[in-house]
Design a binder for this molecule. Structure first.
Ligand code: SF4
Length: 252
């Protein structure tokens, strides 16, 4: 069984996918950026209710305060070593974003007028050997639509290619579970409160299946070459990765 998160990891770097499959822990120290992203994601899950509230800004400020009290319960394992001061600092950094988020939320009418069916539904296809949880599942005009929340940078136009492929993988899972056709999904850029639609295209469906084939080979023990444009600077595996594939395979 391949998880959609493995596809996302593969798209960052195939070798990263290899190390994760070997049981190496990708998660290092919880940085302020990571903590801020966790809080932003929780805040983004309230944007639908915020959209329907009389005062979006007040609503989000109240939600941010609630999340600051609850985040440690939600991410119990990840935040076990994080103190209150770090959480307060992240909340202070997010607070100034709320004004812009509030203004942008009110224009995402198509998305927020949809029926929110479930947050993080667990989807699994034995037929394709794929599983995963999109951040939300909505119903818009009788069609099921997956959505993913992104807390990092937003491209000037459209969505990042890796986000498009992640959404395509979730669309395949939604189609399998609900016997439906998914024509589009959404990417929510939480830091701005901007939601962008994505048409699910044939060549991206093909690409998802190709990546899955490569991940199957990695699961069988194949170690991919280190890509030239790999984000090694930000990767926790740098210390064990700087070797030829055949030599590294012996370590495991
Ligand atoms: S160190 Fe570089 S090549 Fe190795 S897994 Fe990390 S990103 Fe990929």
């Amino acid at each position: 069984m391949i998880k959609v998160s493995e596809i996302t990891t593969y798209l960052k770097c195939p070798r990263m996918c290899y190390f994760v499959n070997k049981g190496c822990d990708l998660m290092g120290e919880v940085t302020p950026v990571y903590l801020e992203r966790l809080i932003l994601k929780e805040l983004a899950l309230t944007y639908g209710s915020a959209f329907n509230s009389a005062d979006i800004q007040t609503f989000l400020n109240n939600e941010l305060e609630r999340i600051s009290n609850e985040i440690r319960v939600i991410y119990r394992n990840e935040l076990s070593k994080i103190d209150d001061a770090a959480i307060t600092k992240s909340v202070t950094d997010i607070t100034p974003l709320i004004e812009t988020i509030s203004l942008n939320l009110s224009v995402n009418t198509e998305f927020f007028s949809g029926e929110f069916i479930q947050d993080e539904p667990i989807l699994r296809s034995d037929k394709f050997g794929l599983s995963g949880s999109p951040d939300r599942l909505l119903k818009i005009n009788e069609s099921l639509v997956p959505s993913i929340i992104k807390t990092g940078n937003m491209p000037e136009n459209g969505v990042w290619n890796k986000d498009r492929l992640q959404l395509t993988a979730y669309s395949i899972l939604v189609e399998e579970k609900y016997n439906s056709i998914v024509k589009k999904g959404f990417v929510e850029y939480a830091r701005w409160g901007i939601v962008r639609p994505v048409v699910i295209k044939r060549h991206e469906r093909r690409k998802v299946l190709q990546v899955m084939d490569r991940i199957k080979k990695i699961q069988d023990g194949f170690m991919p070459e280190r890509p030239e444009d790999a984000p090694c600077e930000y990767c926790g595996f740098d210390g064990i990765c700087d070797v030829k594939s055949t030599l590294a395979s012996r370590f495991f």
